[in-house]
Ligand binder design. Structure first.
Ligand code: ADP
Length: 660
């Protein structure tokens, strides 16, 4: 006997215990989902077996009739769910059942509030999978054997969901997994065949494997014998995306989404198309309502599955859709790829490449439609983008369903599209039109760059933006003062990614994008009094020259330069970066991320109209000048959302000045 053959008791990972408790408390009114989750797992296991068996027929073990069987024992009060899919080895059971190895777990627990309704929602997004068995069962046992292993490599797992599980190596003749749920008292309703069948219909009609149950015995008619019950297939068992659209209801589509997206909520929008051209493929893609927990993790799962002739091949990766569209869920199916090829070969295939391009364009088209509907009520039938998909055309009716609320989409996934601007050269222009921002005119994240251009002032040919650590910091930045005065709208950027976004998106529809905290600002051509303003400014600059000199001398090499500004109307001074230097916001982000950044020296710009500057112009005492210059510099740093080099020194100087 090997060491692993022994019966052993193991503790759940702490997070599992926590998840179980939480789930039982927050999903008690949604118990039926256990069946959906377990059937989903069984169907995934069948998918995997079918794929692996295309390369190694021995894995079929002479039984390629893949299915799920559900059995109810009213006396024993158990439900058994049995599949002949891929099964699990002992190590796989330990890794998969009993640990949560998912990325985003920490974030998930961090977001829990203790409010049941809210937590139920979060846990739905996180996904409960196998553990949902404990919603209805107080004891769960799982017996499994991995396909290809001999019968003595079966594994028996059992737990009451109380923090421990038992593991034992057993003999198992057939491959696959059998799960026995010992129902809790209050879960009696699930012992009813009809109830179970209706749940299977609801969630599993579209699953491409038969789900079988024992039918009801036909009662004996007069003079005849009772007909014994036969095994019947409860679900439709055909791949949903291959069925005619006319047969499919919203509910069918939504239930399929819940299965494939492991989501409790309905999707935000969907797209179902069959494309014919050089390559033939079907797309059934969905946009979720909410971002999954791991969306911002580097190892975030993609949610599109590749099928070849109805056979599941692989979970999507960047080969199917670009990384920035990783929130899309769904299926792509094609006849134009061989079944038994390696991932490496797939990756290099021109068909894959064409499908990826086509699918990307379709998703962008769907988003464009949603964005359009968000601003005007005139719904469009066809997406504008159809014309430029050269390799494919839509056959039959285009069943694209959209929810008009683009704002919802933007709030959840907007930053992904920003990644797209950085990564996807080919679609940068289309993506740029889909971006939405807060601006000085509206801080609800709903202004497009086209809206901005429409509202530009006469003489303005630049899109102005500011980057800061938060919306509040951006909104209150002294850099905005002159823009307010002149009524020029400024885009307020406050996501980390915006620094990268603006270094890749330098132009939109012929208009340059310009940071208002960089370089010399010249707004003199904008507005009605352009000429007069210019002259006045020159005079003021001249008058402030003594102040400039004094500050320059006092600050020395802390700054790159000191100059008079026309950016400010209220503040005495602000910091700017040279046009081609890193912005101070970017510098801060990189430093926070622990990166070595060369110290960028800022330029101090001073407001010649400000009383402090005018006073400084007349000052003689070196000490006083030094105090003033240093306070001006430090408060300009503070206004950027950063800390002065010597905060305590700053406070001391301010207090001294206040006393005077
Ligand atoms: P998820 O399905 O979201 O990954 P689960 O907790 O439901 O999470 O399942 C964890 C893992 O256990 C699955 O990813 C799969 O590898 C394995 N598993 C669960 N059920 C089965 C099954 N019936 N057959 C084979 N493997 C299974």
């Amino acid at each position: 006997m090997t060491a692993t053959a022994a019966k052993e008791t193991r503790a759940f990972q702490t997070e599992v215990k926590q998840l179980l408790d939480l789930m039982i408390h927050s999903l008690y009114s949604n118990k039926e989902i256990f069946l959906r989750e377990l059937i989903s797992n069984a169907s995934d296991a069948a998918d995997k077996l079918r794929f692996e068996a295309t390369k190694d027929d021995a894995l079929n073990e002479g039984d390629s009739d893949l299915h799920v069987y559900i059995e109810v024992d009213k006396d024993a009060r158990t439900i058994t769910i049995r599949d002949n899919g891929i099964g699990m080895s002992r190590d796989e059971v330990i890794d998969n059942i009993g640990t949560i190895a998912r990325s985003g777990t920490k974030e998930f627990f961090g977001q829990l509030t203790g409010d049941q309704e809210q937590d139920a929602h979060l846990i739905g997004q996180f996904g409960v999978g196998f553990y949902s068995s404990f919603l209805v069962a107080d004891k769960v046992s799982l017996t499994t054997r991995r396909a290809g292993m001999t019968k003595e490599h079966g594994v028996h797992w059992e737990s009451a969901g109380d923090g421990e599980y038992e593991l034992e190596t057993v003999d198992k003749e057939t491959r696959g997994t059998e799960i026995v749920l010992h129902l809790r008292e209050e879960a009696d309703e699930f012992l009813d065949d009809w109830r179970l069948k209706s749940i299977v219909h609801k969630y599993a009609d579209h699953i491409p494997f038969p789900i079988r149950m024992l039918g009801v015995a036909t009662p004996a008619a007069e003079g005849e014998e009772e007909k014994p019950a036969e095994i019947e297939t409860v679900n439709q068992a055909s791949a949903l995306w291959t069925r005619p659209k006319s047969e499919l209801s919203d509910e069918d589509y939504n239930n399929f989404y819940k299965h494939i997206g492991h989501d409790f909520e309905e999707p935000l929008a969907r797209l179902h198309q069959k494309l014919e051209g050089k390559y033939e493929y079907s797309l059934l893609l969905y946009l979720p309502k909410h971002a999954p927990f791991d969306l911002w993790q580097t190892e975030a799962k993609h949610g599109v599955k590749l099928y070849v002739r109805r056979v599941f091949i692989m979970e999507a990766s960047e080969d199917l859709l670009p990384r920035y569209l990783r929130f899309v869920r769904g299926v792509m199916d094609t006849n134009d790829l061989p079944l038994n090829v390696s991932r490496e070969i797939l990756q290099k295939s021109p068909a894959m490449d064409a499908m990826k391009k086509g699918a990307t364009k379709r998703v962008l088209g769907l988003l464009e439609d949603m964005a359009k509907n968000a601003t005007s009520e005139t719904a469009t039938g066809e997406t504008e983008s159809d014309a430029d998909v050269v390799d494919a055309e839509i056959v039959g009716e285009d069943k694209t369903e959209k929810n008009t609320d683009y704002a919802d989409f933007w709030n959840e996934f907007g930053n992904c599209l920003k990644e797209g601007i950085i990564e996807d050269n080919d679609n940068r222009e289309r993506l740029a039109k889909l971006l939405r921002f807060s601006t000085t005119a509206s801080d609800d994240q709903a202004v497009s760059l086209s809206d901005y251009i429409e509202r530009m002032q006469t003489g303005q040919d630049t899109i102005y933006f500011i980057t800061a650590e938060s919306l509040a910091a951006a909104k209150h930045s002294p850099h905005l003062e002159v823009f307010r005065k002149k009524g020029i709208e400024v885009v307020l950027l406050h996501d980390r990614i915006d620094e990268w976004l603006t270094s890749h998106l330098t132009e939109f529809e012929g208009k340059k994008l310009q940071s208002i905290a960089k370089g010399e600002l010249d707004l003199s051509d904008i507005g009605d009094n352009a000429e007069e303003d210019k002259k006045e400014q020159e005079e003021k600059a001249k008058a402030a020259e003594p102040a400039v000199e004094k500050i320059k001398e006092s600050l020395g090499d802390k700054v790159k330069d000191v100059r008079v500004t026309d950016r400010l109307t209220e503040s005495p001074a602000c910091l700017v970066s040279d046009q081609f230097d890193m912005s101070s916001n970017m510098e801060r982000i990189l430093k926070q991320a622990g990166q070595n950044v060369p110290d960028m020296k800022p330029i101090l710009e001073i407001n010649p109209d400000h009383e402090l500057i005018q006073r400084l112009s007349k000052m003689r005492s070196k000490d006083k000048i030094n105090d003033y210059a240093s306070v001006l510099f430090d408060q300009a740093i503070l206004a950027e959302g950063a800390l002065p080099e010597d905060p305590a020194g700053f406070v001391r100087k301010i207090n001294a000045l206040l006393k005077q």
